[in-house]
Structures are given as structure tokens and as C-alpha cells.
Design a protein. Structure first.
Length: 203
């Protein structure tokens, strides 16, 4: 029993150290950029040793990837929370997810991390893989549900999600720069509705 408690305590400390490192790195990456942030700064901000950093992460890039993974997961979770599974109106669910994406991407530093520094540091392929398990997955699922219901034409889901995802990302960058959210929301809804109903759906 005592041994189990000690193992749990050690695991809790390990998890806490990892969280502190990710949180400190995120703050510095958004304040200074990835390139301008050094590992000694991260260690000092997290209040851990250099050895602890390299125990959890092979290098600064690995830590940056952990930050990106967390940010992408948070965005995906916020989208999923806005669009419960089995929603009766797939169009309304997709638009609710769109609104949730725009809101999630307004968290300070997030567009820089996910849309600018992320691809530059990790490469487009890695970012696409991470996105494919998070926001892009929710988009694919929503589009598939709309196709199944006949709300939009039957098209290659992955390709359509990639194209619409690029539009969402461009909109998020514009909104970050001060553009009106409503303008981009209206444009996204028009893109979705422009896909039209499946022939013979009666819509």
C-alpha cells in the first residue's frame, strides 16, 4: 500500500513538473517567440532544474511540440463541447463548431503558436497530423454528418475539410489582426451553404 502511494506521489510530481515546463514554455514562446526563447529561461520560469527539462523533453523543439499538442487539443475540446455528438441539425452543429473555433483561437498567443510558429518550427506535415487529431477531425466529422443527412453534396471529406480548414485558419489570423469576427463568420457560413444540398435530397 505504501509502495503504491509512493509511486503515485512520484508520478504526480513528474506530471506536475511536465505541466510547469509546458506552461512556462508557452508563456515565453508567445511573449518572445520560439527562436528568441532559451532553455535556461524556460527552466528558470518553470522553477525546475535543467536536468528535469531534459528528463521530460529531448530538446527545446520537443517541448515546443508538447505546447502545440496541448493548444491543439484545447481547441478541439472547445469545438467538441459546442457540438454534442448526435446533434439533430448537422448544419447548426457545424456553424456552432465554427463559432467555437473562432472563440478558441482568440486565446492570446494561440494563433501565433498554431498558425505561424508551429508550421515554421515543426513543419507542415507535423502540424497537419496534430490538427488531424483535433480541430480538423471535428470538421471532418461535421462535414460527413452533413453529407449523410443530404444537407450538402457528397464530396471527398478529407479534401473538403482541408480546404475549409485553411479558410478557418486564414480567418483566425485576420481576426487576430483586428478584422471583425462577424464578417468572417458570415463568409464561412456562406461557404458552407454554398456547398448546396445533395441532389434529390428534397432540400
Amino acid at each position: 500500500m505504501q509502495e503504491r502511494k509512493e509511486r503515485r506521489s512520484n508520478r504526480d510530481r513528474t506530471d506536475a513538473t511536465r505541466r510547469h515546463l509546458i506552461a512556462a514554455a508557452r508563456r515565453l514562446f508567445t511573449e518572445k517567440s520560439y527562436a528568441e526563447t532559451s532553455t535556461p529561461e524556460i527552466v528558470a520560469a518553470a522553477g525546475v532544474t535543467r536536468g528535469a527539462l531534459y528528463h521530460h523533453f529531448a530538446d527545446k523543439q520537443a517541448l515546443f511540440r508538447a505546447v502545440i499538442e496541448q493548444e491543439a487539443a484545447d481547441v478541439g475540446a472547445e469545438i467538441e463541447a459546442s457540438t454534442p455528438a448526435g446533434a439533430p441539425d448537422p448544419r447548426a452543429a457545424l456553424i456552432a463548431g465554427s463559432d467555437a473555433y473562432f472563440l478558441a483561437m482568440r486565446v492570446p498567443g494561440r494563433t501565433r503558436l498554431l498558425l505561424l510558429d508551429g508550421p515554421a518550427v515543426l513543419g507542415r506535415t507535423v502540424l497537419d497530423d496534430i490538427d488531424g487529431r483535433n480541430a480538423n477531425r471535428t470538421l471532418r466529422d461535421a462535414l460527413a454528418a452533413m453529407m449523410q443527412s443530404g444537407a450538402i453534396k457528397s464530396l471527398p471529406v478529407a479534401a473538403l475539410a482541408e480546404i475549409l480548414g485553411a479558410a478557418f485558419d486564414r480567418a483566425a489570423l485576420a481576426i487576430e489582426a483586428g478584422a471583425p469576427v462577424g464578417d468572417y463568420r458570415q463568409a464561412i457560413v456562406a461557404l458552407i451553404d454554398g456547398l448546396g444540398p445533395h441532389p434529390g435530397s428534397g432540400s
